[in-house]
Design a protein around this ligand. Structure first.
Ligand code: NAG
Ligand code: NAG
Ligand code: NAG
Length: 487
């Protein structure tokens, strides 16, 4: 006979352990997790953030070992990315593809591992600004990686995709006239044949924000999901938002190739919150919430009624303060969370939480800032500021940014502080020939936030480790119980 107290204790613990392990409910909304940041959160902190927010799908641009390890045992579904720079070697060398799959897929997958569902071969490799540089590498790389997945016995579970920018297709005016760019027709035909035979979706990145940003004539309300005074009539179909119009342009382009039924995944979509006119907290919230509501309504689009995209990955999870600003200053501000995992606005992802939950156990540097010494003559500060902003992030200072109106001295302090935090608050980095000084009073003004850096040095345990400890406790209880019964 089992001691009842022991039995119930064990059952209770089992339920707790199981709930820590159990994957969360399926859903079509995921996030992109990019890591081009000068203040990286620990990957385990980010995975806890995903779990707290019940985010079940994540898209990566690489296969960084610490990120992959943090995702192991989390139950989160992963799309792992291959950067364009690797396409050349993967297209020419089957053994390089074998190695990539072994190191970046096989070694993480399996029981208690990472739930890798997709491998993204390249990232927007057909982007017109690449001038065809990667175009001819894509299919050979796809076929080599596919062969490697087959050899590793993973091809049935891990599907290859190729995330394309929406500039791969175009339309003279109406969605129903959509077609792939003429120079891509042959390659895209091969690609969709492969995707179709392999059971993979077509992955596309759609950015109404960029349509608005690049084109002064673009009707602003058409970019959102709140109704428009500029609807587009296409035969019997009426479009009230840019997303649906763009999506159906792709559907039409796929139909022309004979694949009008191909499943579509949105690889990236979102709205930046800073760094440009039109990039602000309100617009980002309204766009993302409207998008989620639209997807969850299962309404679909005029060409695909009642059939929304399979999955939608919001761009992005976190701000990435070290990204190139070539596209614009907004490029570092796409996160629904700031770089340190703090929610920027109320957003209901549709998973049960009414709003976003902040990251926990973020390891901030001490609460101190570097500012311009108010007593010094700042006439010769221009070069210091330029240097600071050439390495640290000063994008919010520019026109349209949240710190654009803090005055000349505020500008200098902001630049000094960004640099100081980037240098992990090394006291020498706040010198600036005696023009800088460290302060313990937060210099933030209004919406302009002076950051405090974070460190990604590991110290505490992740959720999956908590589960491990829990199982261990259960084992101990069993051993103890067996011991107790045997005497
Ligand atoms: C695995 O992925 C990482 C990160 O993307 C990359 O640096 C590395 O070269 C890849 N491994 C192989 C064998 O290609
Ligand atoms: C925020 O952006 C939206 C459109 O993107 C714009 O209409 C609005 O005026 C902006 N708000 C502010 C306060 O700049
Ligand atoms: C602060 O810097 C930004 C970006 O360089 C500039 O646009 C703005 O005019 C500056 N403000 C003052 C008062 O100098």
């Amino acid at each position: 006979m089992l001691e009842p107290r022991f039995f119930y204790g064990a059952l209770y613990l089992f339920v707790i352990c199981w709930s820590l392990e159990a994957p969360m409910a399926e859903s079509g909304i995921g996030v992109n997790w990019g890591t081009i940041s000068s203040h990286r959160l620990r990957p385990t902190t980010v995975v806890d953030l995903l779990r707290e927010n019940k985010i079940q799908k994540v898209k990566l641009f690489e296969a960084e070992p610490d990120v992959m390890r943090a995702l192991m045992g989390s139950g989160i579904q992963v799309m792992v990315g291959i950067p364009n720079e690797m396409l050349s070697v993967l297209s020419s060398s089957p053994s390089a593809a074998d190695l990539w799959v072994r190191q970046n897929v096989s070694s993480y997958i399996g029981k208690g591992g990472a739930d890798i569902r997709y491998v993204a071969v390249g990232n927007e490799p057909f982007l017109s600004t690449y001038n065809g540089q990667f175009q001819n590498l894509v299919m050979p790389a796809v076929l080599n990686v596919q062969q490697s997945l087959v050899k590793a016995n993973l091809a049935g579970y891990v599907k290859i995709v190729v995330p394309c920018n929406a500039d791969a297709y175009e339309s003279a005016s109406l969605p129903s006239q959509g077609a792939f760019r003429p120079e891509l027709t042959q390659i895209i035909t091969q690609l969709v044949q492969f995707l179709n035979s392999n059971g993979s979706p077509f992955v596309v990145n759609i950015y109404p924000f960029l349509s608005l940003y690049d084109n002064g004539d673009f009707p602003q309300d058409y970019a959102f999901f709140e109704g428009t005074t500029h609807s587009v009539t296409d035969g019997s179909n009426v479009y009230t938002n840019a997303f649906d119009g763009n999506y159906d342009t792709l559907v039409a382009a796929l139909s022309k190739l004979g694949y009008g039924q191909m499943p579509i995944v949105i690889g990236e979509i979102g709205w930046p919150s800073d760094g440009a006119i039109g990039a602000n907290i309100t617009a980002a919230r309204v766009f993302n919430q409207g998008l989620i509501r639209h997807i969850m309504s299962n309404k679909g689009t005029p060409l695909r009624p009642n059939s929304p995209p399979v999955d939608v990955y919001i761009f992005s999870l976190l701000d990435e303060g070290a990204k190139s600003t070539l596209p614009g200053n907004f490029e570092r501000h796409w996160g629904i969370f700031s770089f340190d995992g703090q929610a920027k606005y109320l957003l209901n992802l549709g998973f049960g939480n009414k709003q976003l939950k902040n990251a926990k156990n973020v390891q901030y540097l001490p609460s101190r800032w570097c500012v311009a010494d108010p007593l010094s003559d700042l006439t010769n500060v221009v070069n210091h500021m330029k240097l600071a902003c050439s390495v640290a992030d000063c994008t919010t200072l520019n026109y349209g940014g949240s710190c654009n109106e803090i005055g000349a001295k505020g500008n200098i302090s902001y630049a000094f502080n960004s640099y100081y935090q980037l240098q992990m608050q090394d006291s020498r980095s706040c010198d600036f020939d005696g023009l800088g000084m460290v302060t313990f009073l937060d210099p933030s003004i209004g919406d302009c936030h002076f950051l405090v850096g974070v460190t990604d040095k590991d110290s505490d345990s992740s959720a999956s480790e908590t589960a491990k400890h829990c199982w261990f406790l259960l084992l101990l209880l069993f051993l103890h119980g067996t011991f107790w019964l045997s005497i």
